[in-house]
Design a protein around this ligand. Sequence first.
Ligand code: NAD
Length: 387
Amino acid sequence: MTTSTLNLPTTIAFGAGASRELPRHVQGLGKRHALIVTDPFFATCGLADDFLALLSRNNIGSTLFSGVQPDPTDTNVRAGLSVYRECGADLVIGLGGGSSIDAAKVISMLTANPEPMRAYMGYHKVPCAGVPLIAIPTTAGTGSEATRVAVITDTEHHEKMMMLSGHLMPTVALVDFELSMSMPKPLTAHVGIDTLTHAIEAYVSRKANSMTDPIALSCIALTASNLPTAWREPGNRKAREAMSIAACQGGMAFSNASVALVHGMSRPVGAVYHVPHGLSNAVLLPTVTKFSLSGAPERYAIVARTMGLASGADDDKSAAHKLVGGLEQLNEELEIPRLRDCVGAGREAFERSLDKLAADALASGSPQNNPLVPTAQQIVALYQEAW
Ligand code: NAD
């Protein structure tokens, strides 16, 4: 007998103003003092202060930790954990993009599980639940608000530690698209393609299942019809709202069906060359999709039709091929550069790092979920092709 499991947050509140309901959710959990985990941008732009004031008006104590950097590190997490302990909090709130939410997840997890952090890398390694976590996303991309995943950079080994455990799932997600409207165009593009990559990989993954398939397809359809508008017209509320829903759905889908080769190859690029996560996915997505087509042509064909890139008149093989062209075109439209323009290193240095990148990609386990499982040499060749 084969069974699958669907893990989701207990509550997902969404729509304009959903984040203003924060006090009600904190009170519903019976908590008295929140640690708000965020990055320096939100500490200076006033948003974190708004939430501190909102909680205070409702007689809930709160302390701010704003030391999260993009692609958060083990050092960021340890700093946040010591603030948590000093202030006597009993709840953690992750406010920001995937970086802040992931750091918040691991701070919450470490309240109940001892160091070393590295011990929790991989699948289902976290034994105990930490204090409850409320996630408030400000990018429409990672879907971290609805995933049981956290990605933290190990600064000693220059490696992104992927942790997957039910104990990393937020208890409450407040998906308020109004918080995403300030995203500049490049960030909108990067996180939007991240969303699309989550859903495509969840749909073609070897762990795809009948619960995650419709969620993944809904995310793909919403992204195809709204991402270009959200990028061209940052103030378009309809498109921003649709992308916030898509991102959350993408998180639900991949957290339960897994990501695959694009993410496996993207994480080492982020860890070694500090390329933002969504961007490193975007530069790899067309090349890796082309490689993977023959492993699941019928599934890729459905993705192409869902995105409006092929019709029922196209057979599966030609529909799947149209997907690659469509993804290349989308990258062009959103002004996504080539891999060589993002890594900040010359071709020779990049070539020298390829064996490590490929080994780290395979060690993450994600490529093993791909419709076509690559060898290390094939991964090296894919990096070279995407260059
Ligand atoms: P991010 O959190 O790293 O933020 C990037 C930058 O955008 C920051 O400077 C931030 O201040 C700024 N920003 C965020 N929201 C903004 C807004 N509304 N307006 C203006 N600026 C804003 O970006 P991200 O792409 O959301 O997160 C990336 C991280 O998430 C990576 O570490 C990646 O590995 C991780 N990730 C996690 C999961 C998961 O399930 N846990 C999934 C995918 C990616």
